[in-house]
Write a protein that binds this ligand. Structure first.
Ligand code: MN3
Length: 203
């Protein structure tokens, strides 16, 4: 069975005014969908990998045949990373971490504001295209880090908690070159309940 992308859990205009409708529409129905199409086209050449989950594939790229490995790295990453990105956001959020994740953020970073400062700095300093993540190592140790292009934390054996896409296509129509404004505004969309669910997988 070919891979699929999960339906958006909210309408295309639900992230207004932080992320405009046209950006969500193009990003989800064109960019994300194209990664999916290209991933499936690559796996067609070795269809036994349709039996694997995307997480397993992205965590074990060394086991993917060399003739499709780069295509799977880029397009499998493109599918997976956007899955996490859409799930990281929701309309009508409180803006604050919840549950055990909130406690661990305080003990790791000192405060939520410190985490935000580190995250914003990391997201801003990603040169070119990529992502900024809050991730957790096995056992629950949190870290803020950035990946280039469509690389993902799974390749480093760590679990993504939430992510912001800082490719220009994620913000350019509304924010043009003002990546910082996009990042700062993005906090009010973060789905902390979903982040807490992700965190529960590793601790
Ligand atoms: Mn993107």
């Amino acid at each position: 069975m070919p891979f699929e992308i999960p339906p958006l859990r909210y309408s295309l205009d639900a992230l207004e005014p932080i992320i405009d409708t046209q950006t969500v529409e193009i990003h989800y129905t064109k960019h994300h969908a194209t990664y999916l199409k290209n991933l499936n086209a690559a796996i067609e050449k070795h269809p036994q990998f349709f039996e694997w989950t995307l997480e397993k594939i992205m965590s074990n790229l060394d086991q993917i045949p060399e003739d499709i490995r780069t295509a799977v790295r880029n397009n499998g990453g493109g599918v997976y990373n956007h899955n996490v990105y859409w799930a990281s956001m929701a309309p009508g959020q409180s803006g604050n971490p919840v549950g055990k994740l909130a406690d661990v953020i305080n003990t790791t970073f000192g405060s939520f504001n410190n985490l935000k400062a580190e995250f914003e700095k990391t997201a801003l300093s990603r040169f070119g295209s990529g992502y900024c993540w809050l991730s957790a190592k096995n056992g629950g140790q949190l870290l803020v880090h950035s990946t280039a292009n469509q690389d993902s934390p799974l390749q480093e054996g760590i679990m993504p908690i939430l992510v912001i896409d800082v490719w220009e296509h994620a913000y350019y129509l509304k924010y043009q070159n003002r990546r910082a404004d996009y990042i700062i505004n993005w906090w009010s969309l973060v789905n902390w309940k979903e982040a807490e669910k992700q965190f529960a997988k590793v601790n």
